[in-house]
Design a protein around this ligand. Structure first.
Ligand code: MRU
Length: 334
């Protein structure tokens, strides 16, 4: 992804493996957009911390981080313990479990863990690029697209899932405009998606989460594209809290609603969204904004990090195999 620092533009990935130092590097997403800092994990516990504390977030990026974390677990001679710890960090993102299981299998089969992890990450990169190309075919010149949370390069190593089609459309010269939901409580839209779009030179506006219906009703949104954390066999899917209401609003206002995700996010072991575990995070993320308490002392809060959107709202899943209807998910070969 392009990262502008002063007058220079760097090409960076959200997460990488540093073989020389046996370390995993991250763009520290907790610090964006105010400063571009890196976080270096020197052992698997530090990788687990980075995932849990959201130095890195977004399902495919969490998967990549976990794959690299398993290399460190292998070098620390504790691959099973590393797998257990990494899996315990965030329960909803399917890519995390997919990546750790892939690594455990490779290690048990005596394969080189660095090669196994790099292959896993290359497949994620390739999937996101293909998602970008298939999704670009759905975007016409002049479209105004709404997205929720951050499903960009930061969330996937590079390109993004929901943002990949927008990147490709923009690079093809299509004039697009992106509505960016701010995405309370952690503001991934306002702080991360807007930052990525700015770096790419894509026109956009950040809106309060509760403004999407207003703009859809006035005919200002042509399409919604979001990412996903886990997709069940019937097409129900979990994504950042607030996605469900955007899908209902899109249906009400006849706006096509797409979900962009690699196959590593599909969990064909579960029949429906009822089986998806929803992470509940600290109430402080709701009670405070930027370290400032915004609620009266004595008030409590609830903070589910994700919600489940029923398959009936989804026009299509944009994957590396093309655009798939919810009813055809069961046919996917993983
Ligand atoms: O809590 P987060 O920031 O990890 O949640 C991220 C999302 O909900 C993304 O939309 C999803 O992981 C897809 S990322 C390509």
């Amino acid at each position: 992804m392009k990262v502008k620092i002063g007058d220079s533009v760097l090409e960076m990935k959200s997460v990488w493996y540093d073989a020389e130092n046996r370390a995993v590097g991250f763009i520290d997403q907790r610090k964006l957009p105010h400063s571009i800092e890196t976080y270096i994990a020197n052992n698997y516990s530090e990788v687990a911390f980075a995932i849990k504390d959201m130095v890195v977030r977004g399902a495919p990026a969490i998967g990549a981080a976990a794959a690299y974390g398993m290399i460190l677990g292998y070098y620390e001679k504790e691959p099973e313990r590393a797998a257990e710890m990494l899996k315990s960090t965030r329960p909803t993102a399917h890519d995390l479990f997919h990546a750790v299981d892939h690594m455990l299998k490779s290690i048990r089969e005596g394969k080189d863990p660095v090669e196994a992890a790099e292959n896993y990450v290359m497949r994620t990169l390739d999937a996101c690029e293909r998602i970008g190309r298939y999704g670009n075919d759905l975007i016409d010149d002049g479209m105004r697209i709404l997205t929720h949370c951050n499903a960009g390069a930061l969330a996937t190593v590079d390109y993004g899932t929901a943002l990949a089609p927008m990147r490709f459309a923009h690079r093809d010269g299509k004039r697009i405009f992106v509505w960016v939901d701010e995405t309370r409580p952690r503001l991934q839209g306002a702080s991360l998606t807007a930052w990525e779009l700015l770096n790419e030179g894509i026109e956009h506006a950040i809106i309060a989460d509760n403004a999407a219906g207003h703009f859809m009703k006035r005919g200002k949104v042509d399409m919604v594209i979001v990412g996903a954390d886990r997709i069940a066999k019937n097409g129900d899917f979990a994504n950042k809290i607030g996605t469900y209401e955007k899908a209902v609003l899109a249906r009400e206002n006849k706006v096509p609603f797409y979900v962009a995700a690699p196959l590593s996010t599909f969990d064909l072991s579960i029949d429906s969204g009822d089986d998806i575990v929803i992470e509940e995070r600290s109430e402080d993320e709701v009670l405070y904004a930027q370290d400032c308490r915004i609620a009266p002392q004595g008030s409590n809060a609830r903070n589910p990090a994700f919600d489940v959107t029923p398959a009936k709202y989804v026009r299509g899943f944009i994957t590396e195999k093309g655009v798939i209807k919810p009813k055809d998910i069961w046919k996917l070969r993983m």
